[in-house]
Ligand binder design. Structure first.
Ligand SMILES: *Cc1c(COP(=O)(O)O)cnc(C)c1O
Length: 379
C-alpha cells in the first residue's frame, strides 16, 4: 500500500460491533468479562483501549513499523522511552534539541543517574569518540528547531548498529510522509502527534513506534506500569488527523517553498532557514532523506534588532503569534523570547538563534494571503 491509502486504512477495520467506518470513541474504563479468564482482549483502559489500539496500529503502519504505543503527550512518549534505561547508562543526543526534550533529559532523568551528551550528530568522528561501553541510546531530532538542521539518519544508524546501541528519532517535524526513520536504520520513532499528525491544533498526544518485538514489549510494559496513556477522545482526534496527513503535508510544503523564496528576495531579511534552499548547509542530506522539505521556516532580519522582530510579530494578522506548530493555521513565533528563552545568549548565538530570528509554521491557507501578510509586516 502507498502512503495515502495507509494513512486512511492502515491497521484499521470497521467497528466489529456496529460496522461503524470511523473507529468509535470507546469512552470506558473497564470491560465486562464473560467469565473469569475469558474476555474480548480488553480488561482495563490503562492497559488497552480499542480507540487507542486503532491509533497505535494506524500510526505504526504509516511509519512502516509493526508496533505503536500512544501516550498523553510527546514528552510522555519520551519519558517511556528513557525508562527503558538503567542508572549509569549514557545517551548521546542532537545538540539543538527541542527544549522540552532537553528539559526532561536534564532535570528529570539526570537525577536518576542517566548521563546525557549533546553533540552535532553530523560529526560522525565526534559521535564515534563519544560512544563508550555505557552508551545505550542515540537520540536524533531532524529537522531541528529552529534552525532546521538535517541529521543524516542513515549515517548515524550505520554507527549505532555496529556499536549495538539503540537509535531513536524524533520525527515530529518531518512526519512519516516526508521521512520514515525505521527504513533508514532507526530502532524507535517518536512523535509529538500534537503537531502535524493531529494537524488541527486541538489535542496533545505522543507516539512511539518500533519494528522490534522485544523493544515493543518493554514499551507496552512501561506504558501500562507508568500509565502515561492518552484518552480515547484524543486518540480519535489524531486518528482522524492522520487520514489527511498526506494532503496537508503537500500543501504545507508547497506553501513553505513559495514563502521561503519570497523571504530570500526581501531586502529586510538576512538569513532564511529552510532545507529546500540550495544554500542550506544540509540541503543535500534533506534531498536524499526526505520526500520534500517540510512546512517550517525560520528567518532573521538585516541588522538583527530585537525591536524589528517584535514589530513583525505584532503586525501580522493571518499568522497567529503562538507556540507549537504543524496545524492547518499558520503560526509565527520568536524563539529567543518563547521556545528558547531558557538557553544562555552565548549558546543561542552559536546555534544561530539570534535576537531577530522568527520562526514560521506554514499552514495550509492560501499562500497569496500568507505572503501578503508577511510583506505588509516586513514593509
Ligand atoms: C512538541 C514537540 C515535542 C513534545 O511533544 P508534546 O506533545 O508537546 O509533549 C517533542 N519534540 C518535538 C520536536 C516537538 O516539536
Amino acid at each position: 500500500m502507498k502512503f495515502g491509502t495507509k494513512a486512511i486504512h492502515g491497521g484499521l477495520k470497521p467497528d466489529p460491533s456496529t460496522g461503524a467506518i470511523m473507529t468509535p470513541i470507546y469512552q470506558t474504563s473497564t470491560y465486562v468479562q464473560d467469565e473469569v479468564g475469558f474476555h474480548k482482549g480488553y480488561q482495563y483502559s490503562r492497559t488497552k483501549n480499542p480507540t487507542r489500539s486503532a491509533l497505535e496500529a494506524n500510526a505504526a503502519t504509516i511509519e512502516n513499523g509493526k508496533f505503536g504505543a500512544a501516550f498523553g503527550s510527546g514528552i510522555a512518549a519520551i519519558d517511556c522511552l528513557l525508562k527503558m534505561l538503567q542508572p549509569g547508562d549514557e545517551v548521546i543526543a542532537t545538540h539543538d534539541l527541542y527544549g522540552g526534550s532537553y528539559r526532561i533529559f536534564k532535570t528529570i532523568f539526570e537525577k536518576y543517574g542517566i548521563v546525557f551528551h549533546f553533540i552535532d550528530l553530523n560529526q560522525t568522528d565526534l559521535l564515534k569518540k563519544t560512544i563508550n561501553e555505557k552508551t545505550k541510546l542515540v537520540w536524533v531530532e531532524t529537522p531541528t528547531n529552529p534552525t532546521l538542521q538535517i541529521i543524516n539518519i542513515r549515517e548515524v544508524a550505520s554507527i549505532t548498529q555496529v556499536a549495538g546501541i539503540l537509535l531513536a528519532v524524533d520525527n515530529t517535524f518531518a512526519t512519516p510522509y516526508l521521512q520514515t526513520p525505521l527504513d533508514l536504520g532507526a530502532d524507535i520513532v517518536m512523535h509529538s502527534a500534537t503537531k502535524y499528525l493531529g494537524g488541527h491544533s486541538d489535542t496533545v498526544l505522543g507516539l512511539l513506534i518500533t519494528n522490534d518485538p522485544a523493544i515493543a514489549e518493554e514499551i507496552y510494559r512501561i506504558q501500562n506500569s507508568s500509565g502515561a496513556i492518552c484518552g480515547p477522545m484524543d486518540a480519535f482526534l489524531v486518528l482522524r488527523g492522520i487520514k489527511t496527513l498526506h494532503v496537508r503535508m503537500k500543501q504545507h510544503c508547497e506553501n513553505a517553498k513559495e514563502i521561503a523564496c519570497f523571504l530570500e528576495n526581501h531586502p529586510k531579511v538576512d538569513k532564511v532557514y529552510w532545507p529546500g534552499l540550495k544554500h542550506h548547509p544540509n540541503h543535500h542530506i534533506a534531498k536524499d532523506q526526505m520526500l520534500d522539505f517540510g512546512g517550517m521556516i525560520s528567518f532573521s532580519l538585516v541588522g538583527d534588532h530585537l525591536g524589528d522582530a517584535l514589530k513583525v510579530l505584532k503586525k501580522v494578522s493571518v499568522f497567529s503569534l503562538a507556540e507549537s506548530l504543524g496545524g492547518v493555521e499558520s503560526l509565527i513565533g520568536h524563539p529567543v523570547s518563547m521556545t528558547h528563552a531558557a538557553i544562555p545568549k552565548q549558546e543561542r548565538m552559536k546555534a544561530g538563534i539570534v535576537d531577530s530570528l522568527i520562526r514560521l509554521s506554514i499552514g495550509i491557507e492560501d499562500k497569496d494571503d500568507l505572503i501578503a501578510d508577511l510583506k505588509n509586516a516586513l514593509d
